[in-house]
Unconditional design. Structure first.
Lengths: 121, 110
């Protein structure tokens, strides 16, 4: 059974940093692209960042470019999102989502339950 | 303002058929595969359609997807009350080099 479990969320002050983790199991992690998608409660979905299976290709939404860094450790079946210079508008539920293939393009077939990030002083 | 445009809401009676549209441009829908997701209240999104019209094995054939030019459509037949949810389209935007979602459509089964 495919499982994606996010961790690392919480309350952080504006301008500070937070690192999210996603622990994957039930599939060959290194075969798939992985992504982060966020959702402000009550609002729509926003793609944040994605990384290809071998880390060769990385993409970011304009809203986080230069502040967030995605990374993965295929040996540890883990995906990460380093979030720096956090803003109030970054507050959301962050989902880890598996791509349907090794490259970022093509949708997301499995999702974690999400981890809440709150940015407030 | 989402890159992909969906109607905010649609409604239909149980047993009926509904379609949800997703409008984009040459750089997103016109150039890439489209996926569709269903999000029930309080849960994570679920993939319904990928690569324009393919269904994951666990998704019933009541759900269908199509694409023409810069627009895509999700069709749901035999509506059930359990289909009440938010539905999102998604694709890659080649110009933005980013994934993009529609704003979401709330389906009400009357």
């Amino acid at each position: 059974e495919v499982q994606l479990v996010e961790s690392g969320g919480g309350l952080v002050e504006p301008g500070r940093s937070l690192r999210l983790s996603c622990a994957a199991s039930g599939f060959t992690f290194g075969d798939y692209a992985m992504n982060w998608v966020r959702q402000v409660p009550g609002k729509g979905l926003e793609w944040v960042s994605g990384m290809s299976w071998n880390s060769d290709y990385v993409g970011y939404a304009d809203s986080v470019k230069g502040r967030f860094t995605i990374s993965r450790d295929n040996a540890k079946n883990s995906l990460f999102l380093q979030m720096n210079s956090l803003r109030a508008e970054d507050a959301a539920l962050y989902y880890c989502a598996r791509g349907t293939r090794g490259v970022i393009i093509g949708g997301f077939d499995y999702w974690g339950q999400g981890i809440l990030v709150t940015v407030s002083s | 303002q989402s890159v992909l445009t969906q109607p905010p809401s649609v409604s239909a009676a149980p047993g009926q058929t509904v379609t949800i549209s997703c409008s984009g441009s040459d750089s997103n829908i016109g150039d890439n595969y489209v996926s569709w997701y269903r999000q029930l209240p309080g849960t994570a999104p679920e993939l319904l359609i990928y690569d324009n019209y393919h269904r994951p094995s666990e998704i019933p054939d009541r759900f269908s997807g199509s694409k023409s030019g810069t627009s895509a459509t999700l069709g749901i037949t035999g509506l059930q009350t359990g289909d009440e949810a938010d539905y999102y389209c998604e694709t890659w935007d080649t110009s933005l080099s980013a994934g993009v979602f529609g704003g979401g459509t709330k389906l009400t089964v009357l």
